[in-house]
Design a protein around this ligand. Structure first.
Ligand code: HEC
Length: 171
């Protein structure tokens, strides 16, 4: 075996042993509707034809109550609902002055784990959170998660979580 090949195989076995970054690190959060805490429900800021309901697992809630940090093992789940539209494709507003969530269109998930940022460029790091998107039925969708990371990346002071101030509230 020549030495160049030897070095290559050593390097290769090292990289195979380290954590592989990517949405594969995030699994379907199972029975989150009963096991997690629903802490936010409202209009989406980025899309006026959608609403979002956000759940956190016990690890995230306990962390935020203890010291405001979200430890490894924290999982946040966002259910994206398409709202009811009128004939002009505008959101129907109920007599309560609210939009009406109609169909669950996707489930976005963030999970925090050791080295989940490994291998990403600095501008895409998100404090070791990884991102994934699932269908309403729980099937992982083959989405490019670059946009997820880009948008959540600047939120260093809020643990990279947009709804941070709502975490630990009554929901
Ligand atoms: C354009 C910016 C933007 C992009 C891109 C984006 N998000 Fe978010 N995300 C938000 C905002 C803003 C919220 C707060 C709720 C809302 O207004 O929709 C949020 C909320 C969330 C939440 C609930 C926890 C929290 O941070 O409040 C999860 C989970 C989430 N996003 C996952 C994802 C995933 C997965 C992707 C990529 C498929 C993604 N996001 C892409 C802006 C973004």
């Amino acid at each position: 075996m020549n030495s160049r090949y030897l070095i290559f195989s050593i390097l290769f076995s090292f990289s195979a042993a380290s954590v592989q970054a990517g949405p594969e690190n995030v699994g379907w959060p199972g029975d989150y509707t009963s096991a997690f805490t629903l802490y936010f429900s409202g209009d989406r800021t980025a899309n006026d034809k959608q609403m979002i309901r956000i759940y956190a697992n016990d690890t995230a809630i306990a962390g935020v109550k203890a010291d405001g940090k979200l430890p490894f093992g924290s999982v946040l789940v966002g259910e994206l609902y398409a709202v009811k539209l009128d004939e002009q494709e505008q959101p129907v507003i109920s007599s309560l002055g609210r939009k009406i969530p109609e169909n669950l269109s996707a489930v976005v998930v963030m999970e925090r784990g050791k080295d989940f940022d490994a291998g990403y460029a600095k501008h895409l790091t998100t404090g070791d959170w990884e991102f994934a998107v699932f269908s309403a039925a729980g099937q992982k969708l083959d989405k490019d998660i670059t946009a997820c990371r880009t948008c959540h990346h600047p939120l260093v002071d809020k643990e990279f979580v947009f709804s941070y101030e709502h975490l630990g509230s009554g929901g």
